[in-house]
Design a protein around this ligand. Structure first.
Ligand code: UD1
Length: 311
């Protein structure tokens, strides 16, 4: 697994160990933390952009690769597009080259809902044309196309099956509380724990689909075990939409704070942002017999409890 010291990757590593898999993790600890990596994993510190470092994870033989490592911030993709391109697209190409070289028959890829860009239909089905509107969305979608185009090659000489999950806004314990580029819920929780005001970009009426981490890793775990996901792309979300204003209200309420002008400040919107996001999850439900089981209220309460202990 790439990115296994990060928020999503470390939870997936926990789950795969529980499922009885042997797990190898490679992570450069740029945002991930060694402390997140569960005992029992074979851990390598290394950068997925460096094919030599990456190949160390392939020695010994792998049955499947879960490729999660990536640059996750839309804002940073505009600030440093080359780093974004190298981390999200070029590194994925290197993962694919190594899967081909070492004949690894299975790859699960962490794609993104940002691939869709501006959409007219809500909830958004997988059949929606992808027209990303941020550099980040472009690099994640380009990588997704590399993944599926590689699996379709007829010259590989072995069966290579891939699955992409277009992930929504994943939240839960271990998400960053102190990184302004990593996930709005963690940012808001960190703000309140440090006694800072919350900052909302734009009018706050943009919406996102917040999906709890345990539900996400449950889908990944099920996908590994079934051929029904071979060579397919799935949205992975809760199927519900929440505006950033409502999110702020929930977080303030969880801390017993009321919404005052001093607590919530509004600054101009950022470039390349989708307005409304809500995943159509009917396809993934059907293919995996999966459904999100953690309500936003429950997930938020668990995340707040963890954040109070972690801060
Ligand atoms: C997030 C993920 C991205 C994933 C995508 C899928 C992060 C950092 N990014 O992008 O990897 O592919 O979902 O949909 O987790 N906001 C504020 N104030 C803040 C921070 C954010 O108002 O202090 C707003 C943003 O303007 C945005 C919304 O909250 O409208 C969500 O932002 P963010 O959590 O950064 O994630 P996405 O850009 O949706």
């Amino acid at each position: 697994m790439t990115g296994g010291a990060g928020f999503i990757g470390s939870h997936l590593a926990d789950r795969l160990l529980r499922d009885g898999h042997d797990v190898v993790v490679i992570d450069n600890e740029s945002t991930g933390r060694r402390a997140n990596v569960p005992l029992g994993v074979r851990y390598l510190k290394g950068d997925v952009r460096d094919i030599g470092e990456l190949e160390r994870a392939f020695t010994g033989g792998l049955d499947a690769v879960c490729h999660i490592a990536g640059q996750v911030s839309l804002a940073l993709s505009f600030h440093d597009p080359v780093v974004d391109l190298r981390t999200n697209t070029e590194a994925t190409v290197k993962v694919l080259q190594l899967c081909v070289k070492h004949r690894v028959g299975r790859l699960l890829y962490a794609s993104s809902m940002t691939a869709y860009g501006r959409t007219e239909t809500l909830p958004i089905p997988e059949t929606t044309p992808c027209q990303p509107i941020s550099y980040y969305g472009i690099t994640k979608y380009a990588a997704e196309r590399y993944v599926h185009t590689t699996a379709e090659r007829i010259d590989l000489g072995f069966d290579f099956h891939v699955t992409s999950f277009r992930m929504n806004n994943v939240y839960g314990p271990r998400q960053a509380l102190d990184n302004p580029y990593q996930g709005v819920l963690g940012i808001f929780l960190g703000n309140l724990l440090r006694g800072e005001a919350i900052t909302i970009f734009g009018d706050g009426e943009q919406s996102r689909d917040f999906v709890y981490i345990d539900d996400v890793v449950d889908a990944w775990s099920r996908a590994l075990a079934t051929t029904a996901t071979y060579d397919r792309v799935f949205n992975l979300g809760s199927g519900c939409r929440l505006s950033i204003n409502r999110l702020a209200d929930h977080v303030l309420a969880a801390f017993g704070r009321s919404r005052t002008a001093a607590m919530v400040r509004y600054v101009p919107a950022r470039s390349g942002e989708q307005r409304e996001v809500e995943a159509d999850i009917s396809t993934v439900r059907q293919a995996l017999g999966w459904q999100p089981t953690t309500s936003f209220e429950t997930g938020l309460a668990r995340t707040c409890r963890w954040a109070r202990g972690a801060a």
